[in-house]
Design a protein around this ligand. Sequence first.
Ligand code: SAM
Length: 294
Amino acid sequence: MSGFTHAPVLAEMTIEALAVRPGGRYVDGTVGGGGHAEMILKSSEPDGWLGGCDQDGEALKATSTRLASFGNRWDIRRGAFETLMDWIPPGSVDGVLLDLGVSSPQLDHPERGFSFINNGPLDMRMDDRQELTAAELVNTMPEEDLADLIWQMGGEKKSRRIARAIVIERDKCLLESTTQLSGVIEQVVPRRGARIHPATRTFMALRIAVNDEVGALRRGLPIMVDLLRPGGKLVTITFHGVEVRIIKEFGDAAAKCDTPSLRWFQRKSLKAKAEELKSNPRARSAQLRVMEKI
Ligand SMILES: C[S@@+](CC[C@H](N)C(=O)[O-])C[C@H]1O[C@@H](n2cnc3c(N)ncnc32)[C@H](O)[C@@H]1O
């Protein structure tokens, strides 16, 4: 696999939102290529600390090299963010970052199976120790469930037609590669000058399901708040409407209950400025929100 580089989105806004300062303690629950992690360590010099995790082993290898020069000021372990509580004490950190979704290398390396343009195995696992793959989903899910998934997580209007085509195809021969699947989708949803590739939404829905991204976020948010000391900030960066809904519902409920555990610091999303969009089009759909632990 070639290099693992990922340009962090909304980088300066993130550092500001986390109120990073020397001596502060921070958590990055989605370390990825380490772009935000590196900025947090730089901005908290000389003695700030960063704990973090990612479920992607490839990402962590690259990030460990990237952060080596910061000595013992960081500890990054492989795993899902909901397991951070196993080794980071509750109430002990000043800021937590969740930069959700996939990283550029995950999308760009065809062998990871996220790309509908370059051929690779229908994999899409962020954590390769997990058993469930995209191939397993598309070859075994009942047609109606597949259609619901593509509609609910991908927002794909032609979800029923796509699910039908997948089932017809898999009855002839199992779907094992990404371009095999995108080819099936293109047959029923032709490109005809559309802004995005017809397989985009289906691939996104499958990726979200394979990695249980919705479940992980629902389970993870209260745990991230537990890690914070009072006054600490939880910063989320989202790329998908479903993530936004979960975060808003969580923040609203926690802020409005009889003994609120947090308050909104920035509920209306902050977005990338024109300058960042020029160099990093991926930032187009990024939305940053901030909650503060009470
Ligand atoms: C958008 S990238 C993060 C990029 C990172 N902020 C940077 O600057 O390089 C999202 C990362 O989150 C990881 N991830 C997604 N869900 C996760 C979860 N539940 N637990 C841990 N890592 C997760 C993915 O493997 C991916 O590397």
